[in-house]
Design a protein around this ligand. Structure first.
Ligand code: FAD
Length: 408
């Protein structure tokens, strides 16, 4: 399947125009989609809907695809990341036409007479073209995960073997398959998607949790931070359910490991930068390096408020103590009195470029992996860009919908 030159030109030239109206198009799209196919609600994070983040992510992706329609290889990372997420959520080929119709109708709703028939036709063709790329890519990924030893399609039940309180706000769950059969290995940095049917909730909720133990075992480990509301905003639905209601022996349902935030290079120095709960995929990477390639030079930097919020501290310290090539550094932006007395951190305040330049013995010749709250990652990304670290050496995982960092 291909797009003719005329349609291609129309899509590219009208992409910025669509972007201007992106918020409204996103809103209309979801209204139309859920009116037509309410059963698709659970695929989309309903809290992100209310916060407007899902709409932004959708329109960011549509715009990026439209602008790059003649050279999709430029956005192959975005395409792959979205396809991984779709597979983890169980998106099916027959759902694409339903979403496509809702998108075209939303563009018509918002642009009215400004959307001439040829613009609508061109976007319809572009959508079908892109949808086919996703369908084929996702089909391959479904087949790959099903054929992998211990792999599975859809959702599989796991027993909560242990639930460990890491800090007042972070718990770690060790999960074993209910069927006691092998489980798929994974690449450090990947995540599981949890399907949660919570009593009293009108919808099923899906959430991703990064794997933070060592791959290749007979269990998975995830660590979850309790998301608190702030008076105006309600508490996070799934994280509070996991903290307050799920106990050892309970059953949780997950899709197979997915995600593209993984280490692909073999020898370059690595800088693993995390903020808050963003440490989960990076601890997984650290564990894997310590076991498989301990000669590799690694700087593990973790930023959090203080020792009370500092999860997995002893674990990381122990790995660093046992491996001379691994350095662990800690930034507290609000150290407690006890922290000050014990001097158990390396920097007070936020991670910034002068500090990175002063502590990284590898300089900027490294692969940087970063995960944390959006403002943290935006600040790190600006610093690394200013330093001249090339785009292909800067890797990010976002716990929010995909547009958050790209829109920075
Ligand atoms: P939600 O109900 O989704 O709420 C999220 C936030 O929005 C809360 O702070 C809430 O107060 C606020 N909110 C709710 N309603 C509104 C509103 N109307 N307006 C404004 N704000 C509102 N999390 C982890 O803890 N550990 C991990 O390892 C981890 N890995 C992840 C990996 C990936 C790839 C991704 C995408 C996410 C990951 N997450 C991880 C985040 C996780 O998936 C959930 O998003 C997180 O647990 C919050 O879900 P929740 O249902 O508790 O909160």
């Amino acid at each position: 399947m291909s797009l003719d030159t005329e349609k291609l030109t129309i899509v590219k030239s009208s992409a910025p125009f669509l972007k201007e109206h992106s918020t409204d198009i996103g809103k209309h799209f979801y209204e139309r989609l859920f009116a037509k196919a309410p059963e698709l609600r659970h695929i989309f994070n309903q809290t992100n809907q209310e916060r407007g983040l899902q709409q932004e992510a959708l329109v960011y992706s549509v715009y990026a695809a439209g602008e790059n329609i003649d050279r999709l290889e430029n956005i192959h990372q975005l395409v792959d990341r979205i396809a991984e997420k779709h597979v983890s959520l169980g998106v099916q080929p027959e759902q694409y036409p339903i979403a496509g119709e809702a998108l075209i109708q939303a563009i018509k709703d918002v642009l009215g007479d400004q959307a001439a028939d040829e613009i609508i036709d061109a976007w319809r063709a572009a959508y079908d073209y892109i949808a086919n790329i996703f369908i084929e890519l996702e089909q391959k990924k479904y087949e790959e995960i099903e054929q992998r030893k211990g792999g599975w399609q859809g959702f599989r039940n796991f027993i909560v073997e242990t639930k460990i309180q890491e800090t007042p706000d972070i718990v770690t769950f060790c999960l074993k398959p209910e069927d006691a059969q092998p489980i798929a290995s994974y690449k450090a940095g990947q995540y599981l998607t949890l399907k949660a049917d919570i009593a009293g909730e009108p919808y099923t909720h899906m959430r991703q949790y990064s794997l933070c133990g060592l791959p290749g075992k007979d269990n998975y480990k995830i660590s979850v931070k309790r998301e608190k509301g702030n008076g105006d905003q309600p508490d996070g639905i799934v994280s509070n359910y996991l903290h307050d209601q799920v106990t050892e022996g309970d059953i949780l349902s997950f899709s197979a490991p997915a995600g593209d935030f993984t280490i692909t290079s073999e020898d370059e120095p690595l800088v693993l930068l995390s903020g808050g709960i963003g440490l989960t995929p990076l601890v997984g990477m650290l564990d894997t390096i310590a076991e498989k390639t301990p000669h590799r030079q690694v700087t593990f930097i973790h930023a959090t408020q203080n020792s009370l919020t500092h999860a997995m501290k002893e674990h990381v310290q122990q790995i660093a103590a046992e491996h001379p090539n691994i350095i662990s550094l800690v930034c507290y932006d609000r150290p407690s009195e006890t922290d000050r007395i014990n001097q158990n951190y390396d920097k007070e305040g936020y991670v910034d470029l002068p500090w990175l330049q002063s502590i990284l013995t590898c300089g900027k010749e490294a692969e940087f992996f970063c995960c944390g709250p959006a403002p943290f990652m935006k600040a790190i990304d600006c610093s690394l860009k200013d330093w001249g670290v090339p785009g292909e050496s800067r890797h990010y995982e976002v716990f929010n919908p995909i547009s958050v960092l790209n829109e920075a």
